[in-house]
Design a binder for this molecule. Structure first.
Ligand SMILES: [Zn+2]
Length: 324
C-alpha cells in the first residue's frame, strides 16, 4: 500500500500560531495568533533538525498573519530544507462560520473588521491572503489547508465549505479531529479536572487513529484527518506529563505499524516549546518508527494525498461517534 513496500506511514504536522494557555496558563493569544515569539521560531529550527536527522519531512500549517512580522527567515530555511508549508487561514477563523460572531479569532473582539462582508466572504479572503503571503514571502505554493480548531465530523456536513476549499485551489484538506475522550468532554461541557491515565489516553489515541484514516468526500476532496490526540487537547484537558505523552506516542507508532496505518500527529511549535523543550516528541516518534520491522514511509501530507490519488484510494467518510 505504501511506497517502497513500507508497512506504514508516519507524518508529523505542526500548526504554526501562538496558542492560548501556552507557555503560561493565563496567556491569551486568540486575537494575535500570528505574533510568533522568538522561542517558537527557534523551536521550529529544532523540529526541522530532528526531522532531517531521521530523514522525515515536517509539514507546517501557517496563519497568514505571521507574515506581518518582517522576520520570516526561520520559514525560508524551513522551506529550503524541503519541509512543507500549508494554509491555516489568516487570523485563525472558523471555516464553517455563517455569522461573523462565529468566526472567532480577531472577530470576537473586533466584529467591525467584517466591514459588511459575510462570514463566508471573510473565510474566502483569509484563505486567499494566506496563500498570497506564502507565495510572496516564501516563493512556494501552499500545500494543503488545515482548518483552525478541527471539526468532529470534518466537512461532512458542509458541502459549501468543501466547494469553497476546492475553488481556492485545495484538493486535500485536514479538518477532522475527534477522540473519544474529547467527545465526552464536550458532552459534559465541564472541565476535566482529573488527570487521564496513560492506558485510557493510549486507547483513545489509537482508536482515533484507527477510525480517522484518510478518506474522500463526495465532492472528491480528500480529507487527511488530525488523527490521534493533539498536544493542545492533551495539555489543556487530559494533563499528561511529558513521559506519559511520549509513551502514548510510542504506543501509537506501534499500533500504526501493527495495523498498517498512516500515523499522523498534530502539534504546535508554540506548545511543544513550552512542554517539551528538547523536542523529544519528534525524536521519540521517528526513532520508534524507524526501528519497526518492514520499513516506514516518512512523507509530508501532500505526498500522502498524492499517493492516495495515484492508488485510487476511495475510503468513505469516517465518523468516530458512529462507530462507538
Ligand atoms: Zn490552529
Amino acid at each position: 500500500m505504501y511506497p517502497n513496500g513500507a508497512r506504514f506511514a508516519v507524518q508529523l504536522s505542526f500548526d504554526l500560531e501562538m496558542v492560548t494557555n501556552f507557555p503560561y496558563w493565563p496567556s491569551f493569544w486568540n486575537h494575535r495568533k500570528g505574533a510568533i515569539d522568538e522561542a517558537t521560531k527557534t523551536y521550529v529550527g529544532k523540529i526541522n533538525a530532528k526531522c532531517e536527522a531521521y530523514g522525515a519531512k515536517a509539514h507546517y500549517f501557517l496563519v497568514g498573519s505571521l507574515f506581518e512580522d518582517p522576520d520570516v527567515d526561520y520559514l525560508k530555511k524551513t522551506v529550503a530544507s524541503g519541509h512543507a508549508v500549508g494554509n491555516h487561514t489568516y487570523t485563525h477563523v472558523n471555516l464553517k462560520a455563517r455569522e461573523v460572531e462565529r468566526l472567532a479569532g480577531v472577530y470576537d473582539r473586533c466584529p467591525w473588521r467584517a466591514a459588511g462582508r459575510s462570514a463566508q466572504e471573510i473565510v474566502r479572503q483569509e484563505l486567499q491572503m494566506t496563500t498570497a503571503a506564502i507565495r510572496q514571502a516564501l516563493s512556494v505554493e501552499p500545500k494543503g489547508l488545515r482548518s483552525p480548531g478541527g471539526f468532529a465530523n470534518g466537512l461532512q456536513d458542509d458541502a459549501d465549505v468543501q466547494k469553497l476549499c476546492q475553488a481556492e485551489g485545495f484538493w486535500w484538506v485536514s479538518t477532522h479531529y475527534n477522540d473519544s475522550l474529547y467527545r465526552n468532554y464536550e458532552a459534559s461541557s465541564a472541565e476535566v479536572t482529573n488527570k487521564v491515565d496513560l492506558d485510557t489516553l493510549s486507547e483513545a489515541f489509537n482508536r482515533s487513529q484507527h477510525v480517522l484514516q484518510p478518506y474522500r468526500y463526495e465532492s472528491g476532496l480528500l480529507e487527511l484527518p488530525l488523527a490521534g490526540i493533539t498536544d493542545v487537547v492533551a495539555w489543556r484537558i487530559y494533563r499528561p506529563d511529558l513521559t506519559e505523552w511520549l509513551s502514548m506516542l510510542t504506543r501509537g507508532v506501534d499500533y500504526a505499524h501493527e495495523h498498517g496505518l498512516v500515523f499522523t500527529l498534530t502539534t504546535h511549535p508554540a506548545v511543544l516549546a513550552a512542554i517539551d523543550p528538547f523536542c523529544q516528541t519528534v525524536e521519540v516518534v521517528l526513532r520508534r518508527a524507524l526501528e519497526k520491522e518492514g520499513g516506514v514511509w516518512l512523507p509530508d501530507l501532500e505526498e500522502v494525498a498524492a499517493h492516495l490519488n495515484e492508488t485510487g484510494y476511495s475510503r468513505q467518510p469516517a465518523n468516530l461517534a458512529k462507530t462507538q
